[in-house]
Write a protein that binds this ligand. Structure first.
Ligand SMILES: NC(=O)c1ccc[n+]([C@@H]2O[C@H](COP(=O)([O-])OP(=O)(O)OC[C@H]3O[C@@H](n4cnc5c(N)ncnc54)[C@H](OP(=O)(O)O)[C@@H]3O)[C@@H](O)[C@H]2O)c1
Length: 236
């Protein structure tokens, strides 16, 4: 796939790492105005770094936008006359609606909104997708991209704000829970490194139990909870 990431900041770099490590690219254009901070990507084959968004658009089919909301409209205006019927526009820009994108580039373009999280850098993003009417023809390819980088589901656009809280901000919430468990482990006598190992791998195991069995959390809780035991005391 010929992919461009327009606005390669925190999220864009995470997506780029995921695309590179899963061999998802034929070519990958990475753009930002100040390209010094992404020079390291030049070490990867098939990756081209540029501050020229139009050049990236001309040489790519899939355009993933990772810019801040305030910059998005003017960037869309700059590239809109170079869009063809082949381009798929994937916007990760929070709160920027499909109708606002259509107002600049037209309803006939394939437009997808994606809400991934930074775990995309390690191929574990939970990504929510929605699209315009025409974008339904390209939702499968968008799902294929994000399924390489984790898991994706398609949702109505009306749920995108909620998805932002649960999936994008959600990374921070789970980090705090892991940190709190790490501190509890230190209090119980483990050194800091061991404590974090215990916390993060237990967290991974808990999530995997649900993912692989399809069980409800309470079913798994019942398995480790005995009357008057330490688990129920901890839970309460
Ligand atoms: N971070 C997350 O976990 C997350 C998750 C889901 C969605 N999002 C959304 O994704 C978007 C990006 O978030 P972020 O955290 O990655 O922000 P960020 O780090 O600020 O990245 C935005 C990038 O856009 C570049 N940029 C600005 N103007 C540009 C232009 N004219 N042409 C090309 N590049 C340009 C900036 O670099 P220069 O200044 O060098 O140009 C910057 O590196 C936001 O809309 C955010 O709401 C973020």
């Amino acid at each position: 796939m010929k992919i461009a990431i327009i606005g390669t900041g925190n999220l864009g770099q995470s997506i780029a790492k995921g695309l590179i490590t899963t061999n998802a690219i034929t070519t990958l254009y990475l753009t930002k105005r100040n390209i010094e901070s992404i020079q390291d990507f030049e070490g990867y084959k098939k990756v081209i770094i540029t501050s020229d968004n139009v050049k990236a658009v001309k040489h790519s089919d899939i355009l993933i936008f990772g810019v801040q909301p305030a910059h998005f409209e003017s960037i869309l205006k700059d590239i809109s006359s170079f869009l063809t019927e082949n381009h798929v526009i994937i916007s990760t820009v929070t709160g920027f609606t499909i109708s606002r994108i259509e107002a600049v580039v037209g309803q006939e373009q394939f437009i997808i909104r994606a809400m991934p999280n930074t775990a995309i850098a390690v191929g574990k993003s939970m990504t929510c997708l929605c699209c315009n009417e025409n974008g339904k023809k390209r939702i499968k390819i968008s799902e294929a991209i994000f399924n390489r980088l984790g898991t994706s589901i398609s949702i109505p656009e009306s749920q995108m704000q909620a998805a932002t809280v649960i999936c994008a901000s959600g990374i921070a919430f789970w980090m705090r829970l892991i940190r709190a468990t790490t501190q509890a482990a230190i209090q119980l006598g483990f050194d800091a490194k061991e404590a974090q190992e215990l916390a993060m791998h237990t967290c991974e195991g808990a999530a995997n139990l649900l993912i692989k069995t399809g069980n409800h959390p309470e079913q798994e809780i019942d398995k480790v909870t005995t009357p008057k035991g330490c688990t129920i005391e901890g839970l309460n």
